[in-house]
Design a protein around this ligand. Structure first.
Ligand SMILES: [Zn+2]
Ligand SMILES: [Zn+2]
Length: 99
């Protein structure tokens, strides 16, 4: 984890917000109904918005997710970036990972 992000994730304000949000969702994943333990930020945190509590601590920007759905969410973002177009203008498949 990057230093600028860990400072936020270690903060009492975030821990309080995360716990309150997950409690409000009964610690249930909003996508699959499995137990959730992660409060995911829909708008990813960046150096530019890490001090903006309207993003970092706003419930509208949070989603309760289980580990699986959280992995998929972040994986999906990476995969979408790898889509490309070949010389015929067709979408080329994403690069498969072995992990
Ligand atoms: Zn899930
Ligand atoms: Zn996330």
């Amino acid at each position: 984890m990057k230093a600028w992000a860990s400072r936020f994730y270690m903060s009492a304000a975030w821990k309080k917000t995360r716990d309150a949000y997950l409690t409000s969702q009964d610690y249930i994943c909003e996508r699959c109904g499995e137990p959730a333990k992660i409060a995911h930020h829909k708008i990813c945190l960046t150096k530019g918005n890490i001090d903006d509590t309207g993003i970092t601590l706003c419930w509208d920007n949070l989603e309760a997710l289980c580990q699986d759905c959280h992995n998929k969410e972040h994986h999906k973002q990476e995969r979408e970036l790898r889509y490309g177009f070949n010389a015929d203008g067709r979408i080329t498949p994403p690069i498969q990972e072995n992990s």
